[in-house]
Design a protein around this ligand. Structure first.
Ligand SMILES: Cc1cc2nc3c(=O)[nH]c(=O)nc-3n(C[C@H](O)[C@H](O)[C@H](O)COP(=O)(O)O)c2cc1C
Length: 204
């Protein structure tokens, strides 16, 4: 319980600050993207995300627009409540019981992509359980997963749990790449250059 109240407190303090991250994108990132991507790499890349209060969704759209690639939004079959207290209890129950809620859809086309930029918020100190539903459904062997993760408190303990969760719930030979744990577009730009584009240089 102690831990829980700690993040609730931090959420109250930090969330307003982190939500309004300003775009600091420079022409450099656009040049880097133009110079290192092409129709082939775009056709192998997708942004997959889960979001409840739209922070991750905004970042997912930002990334997808920058790269010129498609998005897929993970949704629960039974939609989460828009009421925070109800949602929070529901999410807590899923986390405590390590559930795998059913997704609204499991499109086959996900199998066509080799580079999956996977966005989600921290929920109850770890990834939302529906991320496990996604990871378990697909054979991600030899696919590159680039996590972009948001939170309120940005505790490293939550990040580590989320990263372990990704590893534990993905197929054995999935390649989990370096994550970005930030709501700043500047940080995400740097991550795109240093991880995603860098990986393309060595694999394509
Ligand atoms: C049910 C729930 C649980 C959360 N648990 C945590 C948590 O354990 N640690 C934390 O730092 N933030 C936590 N948060 C805050 C979210 O990670 C943060 O607000 C995030 O930016 C939301 O992303 P979204 O707008 O894409 O849904 C939680 C939020 C919700 C709704």
């Amino acid at each position: 319980m102690k831990k829980i109240s700690k993040w609730v407190f931090s959420v109250a303090l930090v969330s307003n600050l982190s939500i309004g991250a300003v775009s600091c994108s420079t022409p450099d990132i656009n040049n880097e993207i133009n110079n290192n991507t092409n129709e082939n790499t775009k056709s192998k890349t997708i942004v997959v995300y889960f979001s409840w209060s739209n922070g991750t969704e905004n970042m997912a759209n930002y990334i997808a627009n920058k790269l010129g690639v498609k998005t897929f939004k993970i949704e629960r079959e039974l939609p989460y409540s828009s009421n925070y207290s109800e949602l929070s209890e529901d999410a807590k129950n899923e986390a405590v019981n390590n559930l795998r809620p059913k997704m609204k859809e499991y499109p086959d086309y996900i199998n066509n992509y080799e580079y999956i930029l996977l966005g989600f918020p921290i929920w109850w100190h770890v990834a939302p359980m529906i991320i496990g539903s996604f990871l378990e459904h697909y054979n991600l062997d030899n696919k590159h997963i680039f996590p972009f993760i948001r939170s309120s408190a940005y505790l490293s303990e939550h990040l580590n749990r989320a990263l372990n969760y990704l590893k534990d719930n993905s197929s054995k030979d999935a390649i989990i790449e370096k994550e970005v744990y930030s709501s700043s577009r500047n940080d995400v730009d740097k991550w795109l250059v240093n991880t995603y584009l860098d990986k393309l240089k060595t694999t394509e």
